[in-house]
Design a protein around this ligand. Structure first.
Ligand code: FAD
Length: 292
């Protein structure tokens, strides 16, 4: 099923993001997580891709396995900075031959420390908008294409308006929906949506939700992607930072409040960054399902 169409048909979507595990044990545990989450009947699930192509085989295998062995609609993340155009077309051809119809088209993060010196592959795509164009040139409307967006602006962007200008290029190239970077303060999301609408972008934008279950890890992610962690959340978590169960409890309570507020304000869906675990996502879903 194509996600663009599913979003048109559904009032709200629920989706889960996974990463491709490195070991057979990790893979077994991921499929256990998927089984535990399946009862929620998510609109779709997605599988991440290493920016430089490091997870190529693993991402393809997991996407195909979800597509062929579960009832779920799956979306493959595809980054472009580590590949030539031919390599990307080869990967996407493999998805097409299996029947996978959804791609999240991404540039990928430039490796840390190489911001100035990074050499983009010759005959590659420099930006996600070029990747969207490449997909449509080669596969027509076989794939429903999603793209990333950034309520607090992309870290390389000089300001939010410039970032929205380039977000629009991805939509004009053919992206049908977008999933946002994680954020912890809904005010960034609401003001982003207002600006995006003013800029004439009208595709569904699904907020990305990252429940805080490990403060150190989330802080690292948030620093990397430029997401602000609200001082009130830090204040609650810091005193218990070395007590994982308490951190998780506070993180889940916070995410429940965040999701309740988003749902009451009419968001099109919720996309959970699961980190391949089901517990936090299930708790949040159960607490807010009456609003979905
Ligand atoms: P782009 O849309 O190309 O934007 C990158 C930067 O360039 C932005 O600052 C933008 O404003 C600017 N820009 C865009 N076009 C132009 C132009 N023509 N001229 C000048 N500037 C321009 N990373 C992974 O490696 N693997 C994943 O699986 C993955 N999944 C993700 C899922 C979601 C929901 C999100 C939000 C992000 C994900 N990322 C993933 C991270 C993403 O790859 C990085 O944020 C990356 O730095 C930017 O990717 P993009 O597709 O947004 O790039």
């Amino acid at each position: 099923m194509k996600i663009g169409q599913l979003l048109k048909e559904s009032k709200r979507s629920i989706s889960f993001e996974f990463f491709p595990p490195k070991t057979p044990e990790g893979e077994e545990s991921l499929f256990k997580t998927i089984k535990e989450l399946e009862y929620i009947k998510p609109t779709f699930v997605s599988v991440t891709y290493g920016a430089g192509g490091s997870t190529r085989e693993r991402t393809i295998r997991i996407v195909k396995k979800i597509h062929t062995q579960t009832s779920l609609t799956v979306m493959a993340h595809q980054t472009c900075i580590g590949h030539t155009r031919k390599e990307i077309v080869d990967i996407l051809s493999e998805y097409k031959s299996t029947g996978v119809q959804n791609i999240l088209a991404l540039r990928g993060d430039i490796p840390q420390g190489q911001e100035e010196s990074f050499v983009f592959p010759k005959d590659g795509c420099r930006y996600a908008s070029e990747l969207v164009e490449l997909i449509i040139e080669n596969f027509g409307d076989w794939f429903s294409i999603g793209v990333a967006s950034y309520p607090e602006g992309h870290p390389e962007s000089p300001d939010l308006d410039t970032d929205i200008f380039y977000f629009k290029k991805k939509v004009e190239a053919g992206a049908e929906f977008s999933i946002t970077q994680m954020f912890f303060d809904n005010r960034y999301f609401y003001s982003f949506i207002e600006k995006v609408h003013k800029a004439g972008i009208d595709i569904p934008i699904i907020p990305g939700i990252m429940p805080v279950t490990n403060f150190k890890q989330i802080k690292k992610f948030a620093d990397m992607c430029g997401a602000t962690i609200p001082p009130e959340l830090i204040k609650k978590i810091q005193p218990v930072a070395d007590r994982p169960e308490e951190v998780e409890k506070i993180g889940i309570e916070y995410a429940v409040q965040q999701c309740e507020d988003l749902l009451k304000n009419g968001v099109k869906g919720l996309h959970f960054y699961t980190l391949n675990k089901s517990k936090a996502t299930i708790k949040i879903y159960e607490a807010v399902k009456h609003l979905i």
